[in-house]
Structure formats: structure tokens, C-alpha cells
Design a protein around this ligand. Sequence first.
Ligand SMILES: Cc1cc2nc3c(=O)[nH]c(=O)nc-3n(C[C@H](O)[C@H](O)[C@H](O)COP(=O)(O)O)c2cc1C
Length: 192
Amino acid sequence: MKVNVKNHTMMYPAPAVVVSAYDMDGNADACTLAFATMCSHHPPAVMIAINSTLKRKTLKSILQSEEFCLAFPSVEHLAEVDYLGIESGYNADKLSEINFHHHKALKVNAPIIDEFKVSLECRVMHIVEVGSHTQITGEIVNVQSDESVLNEKGKVDFELLDPLAYDDITHSYYKTGERLSGAFKPGLVFRK
Ligand SMILES: Cc1cc2nc3c(=O)[nH]c(=O)nc-3n(C[C@H](O)[C@H](O)[C@H](O)COP(=O)(O)O)c2cc1C
């Protein structure tokens, strides 16, 4: 039997990513986001949504600079990711507090956080207000990865990266788990 549960924004699985941008003075801002997903292959693009009804310093910096980086934190950095999501850059130099380092990205003027193993360099393509959030589409102009999370074919390996997942319903972090199968093949058993 199905029952109605509370109407809430939800998506499974949802990531916990960290976006970063420089403010007008060249200081690096970074905050944690669960509202983030892929949205185009050509050009490669991702979409993020940041609450515009609350004061988010990183949103202001992304809108000003029109460039940002998006990192996929590994499970090992859970506490640092949480801190980046509970403190504001208006009150603290968050990256220094967690002893993280950053440098200017290769193709965009935005900070890449060294401790995160995979980062996208993005240029803002499109901005739209969606209810409480500003939804920003970023064209991915470069991807940087630690060699340590690449497989033998030079591709990012999901299990080596061990990306952090987040559940907005119970406000909990999750580990994502093991590879089950290749895609685009198991469904062939149903094709007539
Ligand atoms: C796990 C997690 C996920 C979050 N997801 C979002 C999100 O998708 N959008 C958003 O606007 N804020 C989100 N936040 C809240 C911001 O990260 C938080 O308000 C942060 O302090 C903003 O920092 P800033 O002012 O330095 O930009 C999330 C926080 C956590 C802990």
C-alpha cells in the first residue's frame, strides 16, 4: 500500500558537491551544495541551485565573476564539506579554517580546492530564478583530476573517488557503494 508523505524537494541519490568562486577582492569562497546535476552533453554542462532568499556569499561571487569550480568531495572529507555548508564566507575564512588550499583554475578565474580529487572548471551559461533558488548552468570548460582516482584507461573511477552522497530528507551523509554492472547492456534482456 502506498501512503502520501511530506511534499519535499527530493532526488535519489543526491551528491554533496562544493562550488567555489573568487569574490571582488580575489578571496576564495566555497560552499556545499546538494542541488547539483548534469544537464547537457554538447556543450558539457552542469546545473547548480543556490538559495537566493538567504545570504550566500558564494552565490554573489559566482554571479559577479560568472565563473566557478565544482568539486566532488570524497567520503574522507565529510567533516570539511559539512563545515563549508554550515558556515558562511561572510563570517569566516572557511578554507583556511579547515586547512584546505586552493589555486587558480587553468581555464577559468575561479579557485580549485587542492584537497578535492576531481573538479570541474565552469563558465556561467545561463541563470534562471526557480522559486527560492537561483539556478545556474555552467559550461564545463576543463576537468582536473588527481591521478590517484583514475583507472587504467585514464578515466575517473567512481569507487576510487568514493564521492559523498547526501539525503535532504533525513539531513544525512551517505557512502555510495560498489559497482553493480556496466550500463546500456543489462536492459537488453527485455528487448524483443
Ligand atoms: C549537505 C549540505 C547541502 C547543501 N546544499 C545547498 C544547496 O543545494 N543550495 C544552497 O543554497 N545551500 C545549500 N547548503 C547550504 C550552504 O552550503 C550554506 O548556507 C553555506 O553556509 C553558504 O556559504 P556562503 O555564504 O559562504 O556561500 C547546503 C549545506 C549542506 C551542509
